[in-house]
Design a protein. Sequence first.
Length: 107
Amino acid sequence: MHHISLSQAHQNLQDSGELFKVLFQHGTLSVEFYQPQFVDQQQPHSRDEIYLIATGRASFVGGAQIVQVQKGDFLFVPAYEAHHFFDFSPDFAVWVFFYGVEGGEKQ
């Protein structure tokens, strides 16, 4: 078993001085914690991705869709789809789960 609390994730990210921190890896699964500052400059990723909103609120563009998200919300982004958060609150942070093969599962 592996356990990471929200406060531990925030502390690990703060200690790293980065915008994201890899917190756990197992097989194809990579779990990160991400907190954009001012502008989210993400580029499309080569694997399928899940976001779970940990704190705050934001707007999210994924492909041609725009949605409002808040703490507790779930997002799935297929590999290579352009996406980013915008208009996020100062406390906005997300759990990020990358998994599967390069190019995504395409199902």
